[in-house]
Design a protein around this ligand. Structure first.
Ligand SMILES: NC(=O)c1ccc[n+]([C@@H]2O[C@H](COP(=O)([O-])OP(=O)(O)OC[C@H]3O[C@@H](n4cnc5c(N)ncnc54)[C@H](OP(=O)(O)O)[C@@H]3O)[C@@H](O)[C@H]2O)c1
Length: 265
């Protein structure tokens, strides 16, 4: 059967690089994000990397109807998705007391509810053929102590890990695997879009990874059906330390490694 992947947030950064890795492996692709011009440009660029077909659908995941619209589009076009990549995301600029509830709801919709909704819609078809992989782009932040900026970002990524674990427990025996990919700092548009480019600029360069490298490890792990993937040796070590060290110790070195993120006010 032809492999077809749906990738959210495929217009730039990690999502675009994941699409490139999958194009090279011969997958047909359905790309989605909000920006039609960026999506078309991504599709044109990706067409030189593989023989597979590429389709795009513009959708804003802030919209509660978007997951169903994306699913219906795929059904109507005959795209049989056997790899779902839940990648789209951002963080809210501004501290928790300053952001509006509406902003927080929109944020949770993109990073949480849309992830659940798309997984719920596509897993039913995957179960029919006992053939399906889900990639969830989480973050090293899911293992870290709460940050003093972007209060809900870490917690929603922890949720993503737990959700992915739940899918594995319930569906591995029926041919479905879910991989929680947990990148550390990755050079993309994310930090500018999320209002923390200044903090990112102060992160030591050995801790900033290329999106292409993150994507390569993410795709390899997902196709092997691994449960968790932390791209790069640097962040594998950091996640190990986050799991074994008391978080109070983490604050001692976080001023150097993640300036501005864990400063006690
Ligand atoms: N960069 C990092 O350091 C880092 C580290 C760990 C985890 N991550 C995670 O990696 C994922 C990808 O981020 P990135 O670093 O590649 O950032 P990016 O370059 O800013 O890409 C984000 C993608 O999400 C899409 N998107 C944003 N809001 C959307 C919405 N409301 N509806 C639909 N699509 C939306 C964007 O497309 P449009 O703007 O065109 O809609 C874009 O394609 C995110 O889940 C992020 O949390 C990033």
């Amino acid at each position: 059967m032809k492999n077809t992947a749906l990738i959210t947030g495929a217009s730039s950064g990690i999502g675009f690089e994941i699409a490139k890795c999958l194009a090279i492996r011969g997958f047909d692709l359905v790309l989605t994000s909000r920006n039609s011009d960026k999506l078309e440009a991504a599709a044109t660029s990706l067409s030189s990397h593989g023989e597979g077909k590429i389709d795009v659908i513009v959708a804003d995941l802030h919209n509660p109807l978007a997951p169903q619209q994306i699913y219906d589009y795929c059904r109507n076009k005959g795209h049989k998705i056997n790899l779902l990549v839940n990648n789209a995301g951002y963080a809210i600029a501004g501290s928790f007391d300053q952001t509006s509830m509406e902003d927080e709801e929109k944020f949770i919709r993109v990073l949480g509810i849309a992830v659940i909704a798309l997984s719920k819609l596509f897993i039913k078809d995957m179960l029919e053929t006992a053939d399906g992989k889900i990639m969830m782009i989480s973050s090293v932040a899911s293992f870290a102590p709460p940050s003093t900026i972007q209060t809900l970002y870490g917690p929603i990524k922890t949720f993503v890990n737990r959700f992915s674990e739940g899918l594995n427990i319930n569906y591995n025996h029926r041919g479905i695997t879910s991989t929680a990919v947990c990148p550390g700092y990755t050079v993309t548009n994310f930090h500018t879009a999320s209002g923390v480019q200044e903090e990112m600029d102060r992160v030591p360069s050995f801790m900033k990874k290329e999106a292409s490298r993150v994507a390569k490890e993410a795709v390899e792990a997902t196709l092997k059906g691994k449960k968790v993937c932390v791209p790069s040796k640097t962040f594998k070590l950091i996640v190990f330390l986050l799991k074994v060290l008391p978080h109070s110790l983490f604050h001692l070195f976080s001023k150097r490694l993640a300036p501005g993120r864990y400063d006690q006010k």
